[in-house]
Write a protein that binds this ligand. Sequence first.
Ligand code: 3H9
Length: 667
Amino acid sequence: MQSVTTHVEGDVLVVLVNNPPVNALSWHVRQGLKDGFEQGLADPAIKAIVLRCAGQTFIAGADITEFGKPPQGPDFASVLKLMETASKPIVAAIHGTALGGGLETALCCHYRVAVPSAKLGVPEVKLGLLPGGGGTQRLPRLVGIEQAAVMCSLGEPISAKKALETGLVDALASEDGLAADAIAFARDAIAKGPRPTRSLPVKGDLAIIEKLKAENSRKWRGFDAPYANLRCVEAAAANADIDAGLKFEREEFMKLMTGSQSAAQRYMFFAERQAAKIDGLPKDTALRDVKKVGVIGAGTMGGGITMNFLAAGIPVTIVEMQKDALDRGVALIRKNYEASAAKGRFTQERVEQMMGLLTPSLSLDDLAQCDLVIEAVYENMDVKKDVFGKLDKIVKQGAILASNTSYLNVDEIAAATARPQDVLGMHFFSPANVMKLLEVVRGEKTAPDVLATAMAIGKKIGKVAVVAGVCHGFIGNRMLAQRQAPASQLLLEGATPQQIDKVHTDFGMPMGPFQMSDLAGLDIGWHRDPNRIETIREALCAAGRWGQKTGKGFYDYDEKRNGTPSPEALAIIEDFRSKSNMAKREITDQEIIERTLYPMVNEGYLILEEGKAQRASDIDVVWIYGYGWPVYRGGPMFWGDLEGAGKIVEALERHGIKVADSLKAKA
Ligand code: 3H9
């Protein structure tokens, strides 16, 4: 199959790209475009050219799989130049998503028409890049500095309607008549002639640049690409000569392209898509129908889980044992939705629509007709087994029974039913309506179609779902334990919570181990006996320092929950240390990395050795979407490779930590 074909419609040549799945600009597409446009320009009977795409979408960008490989075919810039300087008008006919290099190709056409459902954008920043095909220079000429700065630095696409308002497209075509409408537009353009974007002046106000930096300072912490995008937009304003701006853009693009941040973000793009694939499962495995969901538990987790399904238009029956707990849970769901509506995220009508899909209940019997039931009760094996035993008797055959357990053995839970093939774990992360990660825990007896259905449901409710095997804490929490335990040990040896947390936040994590403990609550799992003190955590709990909820934990908190170092907590730690006869010593930041992050990498290797994760990149997806590992570092496994297996093994052995065989083999 040829990826670019041409056909003549009277005096118009149509250049048609057909490179499934997303019409990426692979080398053979660039070659085809060059040949197609040259053909049109050389033929005196052709007066105008239309560029259109077959399939789902207009060109969705450069072919990311080609990055870093030896170049083939004509380079992108030369194809763009051929188009922009063409002597005959070229019209881009846009449907689906014109993204990145795709939109840049459209910008080098002289006119653009789009169907109303189309979306247009430059998402390169999400890959740690910038639109390096002239996007940062041509967008400010067409849509102005403000709109261009927003599009380049945030990477969100805009609708065709907005594109029309801003001048990015010249006309809207009818949804089903793009081919004919674009040809008609091209015929009209013959008289007007070509209108190269490069010939337009840059308009707009640079004040937007500082505004964007101020508004996004938290979100962009540690990232290079948003700032590089803004520098290029500034260069567009500073250089009336577009070629000078293009040269600057090229230099900035190459810096990002060859750096580790973009390598990590591009890796994550594919890792996320790979995670959806289940090894050994035929692609055409028939899924079970999930039209009605049950959630047991209306606490923070149950409520958050419920919100995902309501937002996806799936009715939920939520069950609690006590009326006041049920009422509280339902009221909280409403309050959360109303807070979002107040911020303008959606309308009050939508709030009512979603709440209309919710059925509160005090009886498990009301779950009988559900296709999927998710249990989110207290984290205790006996309680869970009791719930599953009851569900087995109540819920219709063929339904999927899932536990939201974060640590417990899913096989043991499944054994409480007579249908273990229908049981698995669906582990959401708190807050469950916000966090994107879903660990789907495959039990020993989980049926393939049950697993596939849970993964598909995850996608439907906007999660990134990852398959995990049964083990204590699955992928994420199992690795987390390898960070938290040595962090506590480092306190005993002389580090402060602030020092350890700062190493982690400087690394790019949203919070460090002790900030996280304070958020979760230090009293979780505490025996509640203030006279029994065997750990620093127990000493803090005994002093009423239970974390953020009591206004004090490892840190002191104000009413807005801002934490500051706590002299009292430090004194408690000092006291515990001297009672433990531990000598205090200087701990370096490097030692903190070696003892809290390297063991996580090591644990990742063990998880793979035991087959509890399908692939290393799945582990990285878990850490990026479940725990806020900085995406520009690509997850612990990717980062471990960058650090070097040899360096990690040497450090782990120096600290007396047992090293996974597969990590050792890599060193
Ligand atoms: C760029 O353009 C740089 C230039 O500015 C400068 C150059 C000098 N390349 O997401 P899906 C694959 S950077 C290669 O599941 P959807 C994807 O891996 C690029 N492959 O579909 C998947 O493969 P598989 C700027 C790509 O319908 C399959 O296509 N552009 C590319 O949910 C289906 O993808 C972007 O960043 C690609 N560019 O969403 C846009 N894109 O089936 C990136 C996708 O084997 N793409 N694949 O797993 C997207 O955002 C979404 O794919 C899109 C479709 C919205 C288009």
